[in-house]
Design a protein around this ligand. Structure first.
Ligand code: ATR
Length: 274
């Protein structure tokens, strides 16, 4: 089975290591390779999935939106989010999925809060990652979702666009402190705090309440400054590693029809981060 990941750059991607270990554990012969594809070659690269007989590929930055134009079918997950991270090739028919959001929610529920029904969730950031997370969170019947972003207009527009899907509001960052008393789950979807800028935090944690769930999509470092400070304030913390593992697990399950070896995938990434 031929698999891969298309991106630009791609050398830093941990997907090949994780999927190679998973294929071996599943007893499937094949390869998962990094594919360095520049934007001007994206159309040809997608065509080559068919030509070369790849069963599927993951798609990463900067191609997640642009790739949609080259596919035959878009799954609801991809349509809702407006981006694709997984392509499945079924006899030359290419279907685009998005497993980022469902991967995130599965990991949040497994690792931090089993039931999101009725919760009040604050999402920081309004880019591509936030869209994936919010689309999946809306399926979990939260009481409300509040989106806040450095460029406030993007948060307001996102909330407006999805206002028919649930109780979702956009706010400016300066309003966060007065809302914190009513928030159950905070999710950072921005890159603030990511290696090598590890001394940064996207939000002031001084008003965080004990017992609140604080989740960060970043997995390098495993514990961002946001998570470290939250832990010191008695919050329950959830890092981004699980999302990365589960988005890959869903993709692998679509390609192979078999359950993915979650723990082996997690251990493989942990070893290459440490
Ligand atoms: P991704 O797909 O990772 O979400 P993106 O679509 O480029 O990438 O979105 C990045 C998000 O991180 C945006 O919400 C961005 O805020 P702006 O819309 O104001 O650009 C946010 N972000 C990135 N760097 C940031 C910083 N230094 N401070 C605050 N927010 C930041």
């Amino acid at each position: 089975m031929l698999l891969g990941v298309m991106g630009d750059p791609i050398a830093q991607s941990k997907s090949p290591i994780m999927h190679t270990a998973a294929l071996r554990a599943m007893g499937i012969s094949g390869a998962y390779v990094p594919l360095h594809i520049t934007p001007d070659k994206l159309g040809e690269a997608v065509e080559a999935i068919r030509t070369l007989g790849f069963r599927g590929v993951n798609v990463t930055i900067p191609h997640k939106v642009a790739v949609m134009a080259y596919l035959d079918i878009l799954d609801k997950s991809a349509k809702d989010i407006g981006a694709v991270n997984t392509i499945v090739n079924t006899n030359g028919i290419l279907t685009g999925y998005n497993t980022d959001g469902i991967g995130y929610v599965r990991s949040l529920k497994a690792e931090a809060i089993p039931d999101l029904t009725g919760t009040r969730i604050l999402v920081i950031g309004a880019g591509g990652a936030a869209r994936g997370i919010i689309a999946a969170l809306l399926q979990e019947s939260p009481a409300s979702i509040i989106v806040s972003n450095r460029t406030a207009d993007k948060a307001l527009e996102l909330a407006e666009e999805w206002s028919n899907k649930g109780n979702i509001t956009g706010i400016t960052l300066d309003l966060i402190p007065e809302l914190l008393q009513d928030i159950d789950v905070i999710v950072n979807t921005t890159s603030v705090g990511m290696y090598p800028h590890m001394d940064e935090s996207p939000v002031d944690t001084s008003l965080f309440r004990e017992g609140m769930v604080v989740s960060d999509l970043i997995y390098n470092p495993l514990r961002t400054r946001l998570l470290q400070e939250s832990l010191e304030r008695g919050c329950r913390i959830h890092g981004g590693l699980g999302m990365f593992v589960y988005q890959g697990a869903y993709a692998l399950e679509y390609w192979t029809g078999q359950p993915a070896p979650i723990e082996i995938m997690r251990q493989t990434i942990l070893e290459c981060l440490s």
